[in-house]
Design a protein around this ligand. Structure first.
Ligand code: ZN
Length: 435
Protein backbone atom coordinates (compact mmCIF):
# COMPACT_ATOMS: atom_id res chain seq x y z
CA UNK A 1 0.00 0.00 0.00
CA UNK A 2 1.31 3.38 -0.92
CA UNK A 3 0.04 6.26 1.06
CA UNK A 4 2.11 9.25 1.81
CA UNK A 5 1.80 12.49 3.65
CA UNK A 6 3.86 14.40 1.17
CA UNK A 7 1.26 14.12 -1.55
CA UNK A 8 0.17 17.71 -1.11
CA UNK A 9 2.90 18.94 -3.38
CA UNK A 10 2.79 21.90 -5.67
CA UNK A 11 1.90 20.72 -9.14
CA UNK A 12 2.65 24.25 -10.26
CA UNK A 13 3.99 27.32 -8.61
CA UNK A 14 1.44 29.86 -7.64
CA UNK A 15 1.10 33.30 -6.26
CA UNK A 16 -1.35 33.68 -3.48
CA UNK A 17 -3.21 36.93 -3.53
CA UNK A 18 -4.66 37.55 -0.15
CA UNK A 19 -7.31 40.08 0.62
CA UNK A 20 -8.55 41.47 3.88
CA UNK A 21 -6.70 43.53 6.41
CA UNK A 22 -4.11 41.87 8.57
CA UNK A 23 -4.37 41.69 12.34
CA UNK A 24 -0.68 41.14 12.93
CA UNK A 25 2.16 41.21 10.48
CA UNK A 26 3.82 37.90 9.71
CA UNK A 27 6.06 36.80 6.92
CA UNK A 28 4.21 35.45 3.90
CA UNK A 29 5.65 33.62 0.92
CA UNK A 30 4.64 32.64 -2.57
CA UNK A 31 5.15 28.96 -1.92
CA UNK A 32 1.95 26.89 -1.80
CA UNK A 33 3.49 24.48 0.72
CA UNK A 34 5.18 27.12 2.82
CA UNK A 35 2.85 30.08 2.75
CA UNK A 36 4.15 31.66 5.89
CA UNK A 37 7.48 32.08 7.69
CA UNK A 38 11.10 32.63 6.80
CA UNK A 39 12.91 29.29 6.48
CA UNK A 40 15.60 28.71 9.08
CA UNK A 41 18.05 25.99 8.14
CA UNK A 42 20.59 24.15 10.27
CA UNK A 43 22.80 21.32 9.08
CA UNK A 44 25.43 19.22 10.75
CA UNK A 45 27.66 16.30 9.98
CA UNK A 46 29.41 14.30 12.71
CA UNK A 47 31.32 11.00 12.81
CA UNK A 48 28.24 8.88 13.56
CA UNK A 49 25.30 11.18 13.00
CA UNK A 50 23.93 13.86 10.71
CA UNK A 51 21.13 16.37 11.05
CA UNK A 52 19.21 18.67 8.78
CA UNK A 53 16.65 20.98 10.32
CA UNK A 54 14.34 23.30 8.44
CA UNK A 55 11.68 25.24 10.32
CA UNK A 56 9.78 28.49 9.85
CA UNK A 57 10.18 31.78 11.64
CA UNK A 58 6.86 33.55 11.36
CA UNK A 59 7.53 36.73 13.31
CA UNK A 60 4.93 35.78 15.93
CA UNK A 61 6.98 35.19 19.08
CA UNK A 62 4.65 32.79 20.84
CA UNK A 63 4.39 30.58 17.77
CA UNK A 64 8.10 30.78 16.95
CA UNK A 65 9.06 29.83 20.49
CA UNK A 66 6.78 26.80 20.37
CA UNK A 67 8.26 25.70 17.04
CA UNK A 68 11.81 26.09 18.35
CA UNK A 69 10.97 24.20 21.52
CA UNK A 70 9.63 21.23 19.55
CA UNK A 71 12.61 21.21 17.18
CA UNK A 72 15.24 21.67 19.91
CA UNK A 73 13.69 19.15 22.31
CA UNK A 74 13.68 16.59 19.50
CA UNK A 75 17.29 17.38 18.66
CA UNK A 76 18.38 17.10 22.29
CA UNK A 77 16.61 13.77 22.69
CA UNK A 78 18.27 12.55 19.48
CA UNK A 79 21.72 13.57 20.78
CA UNK A 80 21.10 11.68 24.01
CA UNK A 81 19.89 8.58 22.21
CA UNK A 82 22.88 8.58 19.88
CA UNK A 83 25.60 9.18 22.47
CA UNK A 84 26.67 5.55 22.37
CA UNK A 85 25.76 5.03 18.72
CA UNK A 86 28.83 3.93 16.74
CA UNK A 87 27.35 2.13 13.72
CA UNK A 88 28.77 2.72 10.25
CA UNK A 89 25.42 3.93 8.96
CA UNK A 90 25.03 7.42 10.32
CA UNK A 91 22.13 8.17 12.64
CA UNK A 92 19.96 11.02 11.43
CA UNK A 93 17.65 13.75 12.70
CA UNK A 94 15.66 15.55 10.02
CA UNK A 95 12.99 18.21 10.33
CA UNK A 96 11.11 19.80 7.45
CA UNK A 97 7.92 21.82 7.45
CA UNK A 98 4.88 23.04 5.63
CA UNK A 99 2.95 26.16 6.56
CA UNK A 100 -0.48 27.39 5.58
CA UNK A 101 -2.66 30.43 5.89
CA UNK A 102 -6.39 29.86 6.02
CA UNK A 103 -6.73 33.61 5.77
CA UNK A 104 -5.06 36.58 7.43
CA UNK A 105 -6.06 35.25 10.84
CA UNK A 106 -5.27 31.54 11.05
CA UNK A 107 -1.77 30.11 10.54
CA UNK A 108 -0.99 26.40 10.51
CA UNK A 109 2.43 24.80 10.78
CA UNK A 110 3.16 21.16 10.08
CA UNK A 111 6.51 19.85 11.26
CA UNK A 112 7.72 16.55 9.79
CA UNK A 113 10.16 14.99 12.18
CA UNK A 114 12.17 12.04 10.94
CA UNK A 115 14.63 10.13 13.06
CA UNK A 116 16.75 7.21 11.94
CA UNK A 117 18.91 5.56 14.58
CA UNK A 118 18.57 1.76 14.69
CA UNK A 119 15.05 2.08 13.26
CA UNK A 120 13.26 4.83 11.37
CA UNK A 121 10.70 6.89 13.19
CA UNK A 122 8.57 9.60 11.65
CA UNK A 123 6.01 11.88 13.15
CA UNK A 124 3.98 14.91 12.19
CA UNK A 125 3.38 17.73 14.66
CA UNK A 126 0.89 20.44 13.83
CA UNK A 127 0.33 23.87 15.35
CA UNK A 128 -2.70 25.97 14.50
CA UNK A 129 -2.54 29.57 15.63
CA UNK A 130 -5.16 32.31 15.80
CA UNK A 131 -3.22 35.52 15.22
CA UNK A 132 -6.19 37.71 16.14
CA UNK A 133 -6.66 36.24 19.59
CA UNK A 134 -2.99 35.25 19.99
CA UNK A 135 -3.60 31.65 20.96
CA UNK A 136 -3.09 28.09 19.80
CA UNK A 137 -6.19 26.28 18.64
CA UNK A 138 -7.28 22.71 19.05
CA UNK A 139 -10.15 21.14 17.17
CA UNK A 140 -12.68 21.88 19.88
CA UNK A 141 -11.85 25.60 19.56
CA UNK A 142 -13.07 25.73 15.97
CA UNK A 143 -15.81 23.07 15.98
CA UNK A 144 -19.13 22.67 17.75
CA UNK A 145 -21.88 20.08 18.07
CA UNK A 146 -21.14 16.41 17.57
CA UNK A 147 -18.18 17.05 15.27
CA UNK A 148 -16.25 14.01 16.55
CA UNK A 149 -18.94 11.55 15.45
CA UNK A 150 -19.18 13.36 12.13
CA UNK A 151 -15.40 13.13 11.68
CA UNK A 152 -15.32 9.49 12.66
CA UNK A 153 -17.99 8.69 10.05
CA UNK A 154 -16.20 10.79 7.45
CA UNK A 155 -12.85 9.10 8.12
CA UNK A 156 -14.34 5.62 7.86
CA UNK A 157 -16.04 6.44 4.57
CA UNK A 158 -13.01 8.36 3.23
CA UNK A 159 -10.52 5.53 3.77
CA UNK A 160 -12.91 2.67 2.95
CA UNK A 161 -13.40 4.24 -0.45
CA UNK A 162 -9.65 4.61 -1.03
CA UNK A 163 -8.18 1.57 0.69
CA UNK A 164 -11.03 -0.94 1.13
CA UNK A 165 -8.81 -3.91 1.99
CA UNK A 166 -6.80 -2.23 4.71
CA UNK A 167 -9.76 -0.81 6.61
CA UNK A 168 -10.80 -4.05 8.35
CA UNK A 169 -7.91 -4.00 10.78
CA UNK A 170 -8.60 -3.51 14.47
CA UNK A 171 -6.39 -0.43 14.60
CA UNK A 172 -8.39 1.23 11.88
CA UNK A 173 -11.59 0.96 13.93
CA UNK A 174 -9.83 2.13 17.06
CA UNK A 175 -8.12 5.16 15.56
CA UNK A 176 -11.13 6.39 13.61
CA UNK A 177 -13.35 6.31 16.70
CA UNK A 178 -14.88 9.64 17.77
CA UNK A 179 -12.09 10.65 20.17
CA UNK A 180 -10.49 14.10 20.21
CA UNK A 181 -6.93 12.69 20.18
CA UNK A 182 -7.59 10.75 16.95
CA UNK A 183 -8.13 14.03 15.11
CA UNK A 184 -5.71 16.23 17.00
CA UNK A 185 -3.20 16.60 14.18
CA UNK A 186 -4.55 18.95 11.51
CA UNK A 187 -3.91 22.10 9.49
CA UNK A 188 -6.26 24.73 8.10
CA UNK A 189 -5.76 25.47 4.41
CA UNK A 190 -7.66 28.07 2.37
CA UNK A 191 -10.67 25.92 1.65
CA UNK A 192 -10.14 22.70 3.57
CA UNK A 193 -9.01 21.10 6.76
CA UNK A 194 -6.41 18.34 6.51
CA UNK A 195 -6.03 15.67 9.20
CA UNK A 196 -2.87 13.62 9.62
CA UNK A 197 -2.65 10.09 10.99
CA UNK A 198 0.70 8.78 12.14
CA UNK A 199 2.21 5.54 10.79
CA UNK A 200 1.16 2.35 12.65
CA UNK A 201 -2.15 3.96 13.56
CA UNK A 202 -4.83 3.60 10.89
CA UNK A 203 -2.40 1.80 8.63
CA UNK A 204 1.26 0.85 8.56
CA UNK A 205 2.06 4.04 6.69
CA UNK A 206 1.09 7.58 7.49
CA UNK A 207 -2.20 8.79 6.05
CA UNK A 208 -4.08 12.04 5.63
CA UNK A 209 -7.69 13.07 5.07
CA UNK A 210 -8.94 16.30 3.53
CA UNK A 211 -12.37 17.75 4.21
CA UNK A 212 -13.64 20.84 2.43
CA UNK A 213 -14.97 23.46 4.85
CA UNK A 214 -18.13 23.61 2.77
CA UNK A 215 -18.74 19.89 3.44
CA UNK A 216 -18.27 20.37 7.17
CA UNK A 217 -19.93 23.74 7.69
CA UNK A 218 -22.54 22.43 10.14
CA UNK A 219 -19.78 21.83 12.69
CA UNK A 220 -17.36 24.66 11.98
CA UNK A 221 -17.26 27.97 13.79
CA UNK A 222 -15.79 29.96 10.94
CA UNK A 223 -17.15 30.70 7.51
CA UNK A 224 -15.66 28.75 4.60
CA UNK A 225 -14.26 31.84 2.90
CA UNK A 226 -11.83 31.33 0.07
CA UNK A 227 -9.65 34.23 -0.87
CA UNK A 228 -6.87 32.80 -2.97
CA UNK A 229 -6.12 33.34 -6.61
CA UNK A 230 -3.57 31.25 -8.46
CA UNK A 231 -1.25 32.70 -11.05
CA UNK A 232 0.84 29.95 -12.61
CA UNK A 233 4.30 30.59 -13.93
CA UNK A 234 4.61 30.23 -17.66
CA UNK A 235 7.79 32.03 -18.47
CA UNK A 236 9.91 30.09 -20.92
CA UNK A 237 13.58 30.17 -20.17
CA UNK A 238 16.42 30.10 -22.64
CA UNK A 239 19.49 28.55 -21.18
CA UNK A 240 22.67 30.57 -21.57
CA UNK A 241 25.47 28.09 -22.17
CA UNK A 242 29.02 29.38 -22.03
CA UNK A 243 31.58 27.74 -24.36
CA UNK A 244 34.14 25.38 -22.80
CA UNK A 245 37.66 24.82 -24.15
CA UNK A 246 38.31 21.07 -23.75
CA UNK A 247 42.07 21.61 -23.88
CA UNK A 248 42.23 23.91 -20.88
CA UNK A 249 41.92 22.83 -17.24
CA UNK A 250 38.50 23.19 -15.62
CA UNK A 251 36.76 22.73 -12.30
CA UNK A 252 33.13 22.70 -11.22
CA UNK A 253 32.13 24.74 -8.21
CA UNK A 254 29.03 23.31 -6.55
CA UNK A 255 26.77 24.84 -3.91
CA UNK A 256 24.49 22.60 -1.86
CA UNK A 257 21.43 22.97 0.37
CA UNK A 258 20.15 26.31 -0.94
CA UNK A 259 18.98 28.44 -2.43
CA UNK A 260 19.08 30.84 0.48
CA UNK A 261 17.60 34.31 0.13
CA UNK A 262 20.67 35.99 1.58
CA UNK A 263 23.71 34.32 0.09
CA UNK A 264 22.80 32.64 -3.19
CA UNK A 265 22.34 35.99 -4.95
CA UNK A 266 25.82 37.09 -3.82
CA UNK A 267 27.34 33.95 -5.30
CA UNK A 268 25.40 34.49 -8.52
CA UNK A 269 26.71 38.06 -8.65
CA UNK A 270 30.30 36.86 -8.31
CA UNK A 271 29.80 34.23 -11.03
CA UNK A 272 28.24 36.75 -13.38
CA UNK A 273 30.94 39.38 -12.82
CA UNK A 274 33.60 36.83 -13.76
CA UNK A 275 31.65 35.18 -16.56
CA UNK A 276 31.85 31.88 -14.68
CA UNK A 277 29.37 29.04 -14.18
CA UNK A 278 28.60 26.79 -11.22
CA UNK A 279 26.13 24.12 -10.20
CA UNK A 280 23.54 24.63 -7.47
CA UNK A 281 22.24 21.46 -5.83
CA UNK A 282 18.99 22.79 -4.47
CA UNK A 283 16.58 21.40 -1.91
CA UNK A 284 13.03 21.23 -3.20
CA UNK A 285 11.71 22.81 -0.03
CA UNK A 286 13.99 25.84 -0.53
CA UNK A 287 13.60 26.01 -4.30
CA UNK A 288 9.87 26.56 -4.00
CA UNK A 289 10.58 29.65 -1.96
CA UNK A 290 12.99 31.15 -4.46
CA UNK A 291 11.70 30.77 -8.04
CA UNK A 292 13.42 34.05 -8.98
CA UNK A 293 16.83 32.70 -7.89
CA UNK A 294 16.33 29.45 -9.81
CA UNK A 295 15.39 31.32 -12.93
CA UNK A 296 18.40 33.57 -12.54
CA UNK A 297 20.69 30.53 -12.18
CA UNK A 298 19.51 29.14 -15.50
CA UNK A 299 19.46 32.48 -17.32
CA UNK A 300 23.05 33.18 -16.30
CA UNK A 301 24.39 29.84 -17.53
CA UNK A 302 24.52 27.88 -14.29
CA UNK A 303 23.25 24.38 -13.71
CA UNK A 304 20.61 23.33 -11.20
CA UNK A 305 21.03 19.91 -9.63
CA UNK A 306 18.65 17.89 -7.48
CA UNK A 307 19.58 17.63 -3.78
CA UNK A 308 16.23 16.02 -2.78
CA UNK A 309 13.25 17.60 -1.12
CA UNK A 310 14.00 17.54 2.59
CA UNK A 311 17.64 16.44 2.87
CA UNK A 312 17.12 12.99 4.34
CA UNK A 313 19.88 10.40 4.15
CA UNK A 314 18.50 8.46 1.19
CA UNK A 315 20.17 5.21 2.21
CA UNK A 316 17.87 5.02 5.28
CA UNK A 317 14.70 5.25 3.17
CA UNK A 318 12.60 2.69 1.29
CA UNK A 319 12.66 2.75 -2.52
CA UNK A 320 9.34 4.63 -2.50
CA UNK A 321 10.74 7.11 0.00
CA UNK A 322 13.80 7.75 -2.16
CA UNK A 323 11.69 8.17 -5.29
CA UNK A 324 9.43 10.63 -3.55
CA UNK A 325 12.33 12.78 -2.30
CA UNK A 326 13.86 12.91 -5.79
CA UNK A 327 10.68 13.34 -7.79
CA UNK A 328 9.27 16.20 -5.75
CA UNK A 329 12.39 18.30 -6.31
CA UNK A 330 12.70 17.31 -9.94
CA UNK A 331 9.13 18.44 -10.63
CA UNK A 332 9.61 21.60 -8.63
CA UNK A 333 12.73 22.54 -10.63
CA UNK A 334 10.90 21.78 -13.86
CA UNK A 335 7.90 23.89 -12.87
CA UNK A 336 10.09 26.90 -12.22
CA UNK A 337 12.71 26.57 -14.97
CA UNK A 338 11.09 24.28 -17.56
CA UNK A 339 14.25 22.16 -17.37
CA UNK A 340 14.71 18.82 -15.64
CA UNK A 341 17.86 18.49 -13.54
CA UNK A 342 20.55 16.30 -15.15
CA UNK A 343 22.52 15.74 -11.96
CA UNK A 344 21.58 14.52 -8.50
CA UNK A 345 23.66 14.82 -5.36
CA UNK A 346 22.34 12.69 -2.50
CA UNK A 347 22.43 14.46 0.89
CA UNK A 348 25.64 13.75 2.83
CA UNK A 349 26.90 12.04 -0.36
CA UNK A 350 25.31 8.86 0.92
CA UNK A 351 24.27 6.51 -1.88
CA UNK A 352 23.71 2.86 -2.77
CA UNK A 353 22.40 0.92 -5.78
CA UNK A 354 18.79 1.83 -5.04
CA UNK A 355 19.63 5.54 -4.97
CA UNK A 356 21.38 5.25 -8.33
CA UNK A 357 18.40 3.36 -9.77
CA UNK A 358 15.91 5.90 -8.44
CA UNK A 359 17.94 8.79 -9.88
CA UNK A 360 16.60 7.64 -13.23
CA UNK A 361 18.18 9.72 -16.01
CA UNK A 362 20.06 12.03 -13.68
CA UNK A 363 23.73 11.40 -13.01
CA UNK A 364 24.56 10.78 -9.35
CA UNK A 365 27.35 13.15 -8.42
CA UNK A 366 29.43 13.58 -5.27
CA UNK A 367 32.62 15.71 -5.06
CA UNK A 368 36.40 15.47 -5.11
CA UNK A 369 37.34 18.55 -3.08
CA UNK A 370 35.50 19.21 0.18
CA UNK A 371 35.92 22.78 1.42
CA UNK A 372 34.25 21.94 4.77
CA UNK A 373 32.77 25.42 4.63
CA UNK A 374 29.83 24.37 6.80
CA UNK A 375 32.29 23.65 9.63
CA UNK A 376 34.81 26.45 9.26
CA UNK A 377 32.73 29.55 8.71
CA UNK A 378 35.79 31.49 7.69
CA UNK A 379 36.24 32.67 4.09
CA UNK A 380 40.05 32.73 4.34
CA UNK A 381 40.30 29.09 5.46
CA UNK A 382 37.84 27.99 2.76
CA UNK A 383 39.67 29.86 -0.02
CA UNK A 384 43.02 28.42 1.11
CA UNK A 385 41.61 24.92 1.10
CA UNK A 386 40.42 25.34 -2.48
CA UNK A 387 43.57 26.93 -3.88
CA UNK A 388 45.95 24.57 -2.10
CA UNK A 389 44.43 21.32 -3.36
CA UNK A 390 42.64 22.17 -6.59
CA UNK A 391 43.42 20.23 -9.76
CA UNK A 392 41.97 19.84 -13.23
CA UNK A 393 38.61 18.06 -13.21
CA UNK A 394 37.77 18.74 -9.57
CA UNK A 395 34.22 19.02 -8.31
CA UNK A 396 34.36 21.41 -5.38
CA UNK A 397 31.80 21.15 -2.57
CA UNK A 398 30.46 24.32 -0.94
CA UNK A 399 27.15 25.46 0.55
CA UNK A 400 25.23 28.63 -0.31
CA UNK A 401 23.95 28.90 3.25
CA UNK A 402 26.64 30.97 4.91
CA UNK A 403 28.03 34.49 4.55
CA UNK A 404 31.55 33.08 4.76
CA UNK A 405 30.89 30.71 1.85
CA UNK A 406 29.54 33.52 -0.34
CA UNK A 407 32.59 35.60 0.54
CA UNK A 408 34.93 32.68 -0.16
CA UNK A 409 33.27 32.11 -3.56
CA UNK A 410 33.71 35.77 -4.49
CA UNK A 411 37.45 35.51 -3.75
CA UNK A 412 38.05 32.02 -5.16
CA UNK A 413 36.27 32.50 -8.49
CA UNK A 414 38.68 35.10 -9.99
CA UNK A 415 41.68 33.40 -8.29
CA UNK A 416 40.86 30.06 -9.93
CA UNK A 417 40.52 31.78 -13.28
CA UNK A 418 43.91 33.47 -12.78
CA UNK A 419 45.34 30.01 -12.17
CA UNK A 420 44.04 29.02 -15.61
CA UNK A 421 40.91 27.07 -14.60
CA UNK A 422 37.65 27.42 -16.48
CA UNK A 423 34.68 27.40 -14.13
CA UNK A 424 32.12 25.07 -15.65
CA UNK A 425 28.97 23.25 -14.60
CA UNK A 426 29.08 19.63 -13.46
CA UNK A 427 27.40 18.42 -16.65
CA UNK A 428 29.86 20.38 -18.79
CA UNK A 429 32.73 18.84 -16.83
CA UNK A 430 31.42 15.31 -17.38
CA UNK A 431 30.71 15.89 -21.06
CA UNK A 432 34.03 17.56 -21.85
CA UNK A 433 36.14 15.16 -19.86
CA UNK A 434 34.16 12.13 -21.05
CA UNK A 435 33.78 11.02 -17.46
ZN1 ZN B 1 23.35 18.84 1.60
Amino acid sequence: MKMKLKKIVCPFLCLMLLCGCSHVSFKKKNNPNQEVGESIQEMGFRDHSVYSILYPKTGIDELDNMIKTIVNDGHKAFDEKTQAYKEKRKAEYNVSYESYLKDERYLSIRLDIYESIYDNHEEVKTLVYDSKESRFLSLKDICHGDYLHALSKQAQAYFKERFPKECDQKNFQLYTSPAEENFASFVLKKDRIVFYFAPKRLFDNAASMEIMYSDFKDYLDFSPETTSAYVPYDQVLNENVKPVDPNKPMVALTFDDGPSPKYTARILDALKENNASATFFVLGSNAQNAPDLLQRMVLEGNEIGNHTYSHKQLTTLSKEGIEEEIKETKECIYTITHTYPQVLRPPYGSKNDTVVKCADDARVVTWSLDTRDWKDRDAKIVVERILKDVKDGDIILMHDLYASSAQAAAIAIPKLQEMGFQLVTVSQLYETKGM
